[in-house]
Design a protein around this ligand. Sequence first.
Ligand SMILES: Cc1ncc(COP(=O)(O)O)c(C=O)c1O
Length: 373
Amino acid sequence: MDNINGKRAVNFLRGVPADEALQKLVPMASRGYENSITHYGTEVLQYGHFNGFKPLRDLLGTMHHVDPERIIAGNGGMEVISMLFKSFPRKCNIIVEEMTYDRVIHDAQRYGHNLIGVELTPTGLNIDQLKDVIDKTSVFAFYGIPFHQNPTGIDYSPENREAVEKICKDNGVLCIWDICYEPLRYDGNQNEPITVSEWGPILVSSFTKTISPGTKCGYMVLPQKNIGQMTNIVANTRLNPNLPTQGFIVDFIQSGEYAAYLNYLCNLYKPRMDALNDALNENFPGAFPADIHGGFFSCIQLKPIASDKEEMFLTTAKNAGVGIAAAWDAVAPNLREEKRKKGLLVRLTFPAFVTTDIKWGITKLKHVEEELL
Ligand SMILES: Cc1ncc(COP(=O)(O)O)c(C=O)c1O
């Protein structure tokens, strides 16, 4: 629980790993970084390995059943996504989900790209709409988050995901899946890994939520034919990535500690996810797409809170101890105006909070909504 001036408070904006998880990581990371530097020596302290530390690329290649040459490991998921966008022809059309990771929208726009939102359903993308956009527009790429989507928490069904891939492939559209939440499923099941073929899909991922944001490591899996061009962009953007971190991650995975840590995270976050699902079902039925099964986020759209009440609602919630914000930045630009007519959209995160605070915060939010009606 956060405590603002001695008053109970919870901040649903902070999409960060739990503090206790990072505390648990401290001795493992200390040992792992030491092992990385003593084992690999000057190799991780010198320039080199532009496309990522070779032992890490080898491990990731094995994990995804691809030639390690097709892996580029960098300093976080956002860095590799940004380098991808940088490699596209300027001002191209990119399809995204109607709501997506807000920084992806900002970053793509920085390169002049035009983002086109396609509706999400509780089991993935609206396939008819996807086809329609691709039929009518010249689309260069599609970017989606198929597991525990940010910000809706939606999971694509395997059938939906495969249908998206087929449409992209048949129409020469690059299909990019951001799989950074794939290992973070808390309901006791495992997500079915995505099969990568010669053509794609392109995968991007990150160890930010599965290890730590501070260590900053992410990677992409590309078709072989794109590696040369991407290597030039990498070399002209950041030279080599943080090599001691990549050495640590190799050590962490090979020692078996990573698998055990993921298991610990899933057990830690499960009751928190259950608390959020329960609290939302109790207080805001019908205001969120579906119960979530993992990841970091869910989101609600509050029909009664129209644009003119938005500021008042957010301020009243803040004064009552609940930190939230409007999630308009996460909505595809072409759909923002329409979406705004349906009431305030709020992204909620939960892994960093204990169950009692999650329930308290959501109930409080309901009281604030009732007060304003
Ligand atoms: C879908 C998605 N992709 C990428 C990232 C960014 O990862 P990184 O911190 O490794 O840049 C995030 C972080 O929240 C995310 O939600």
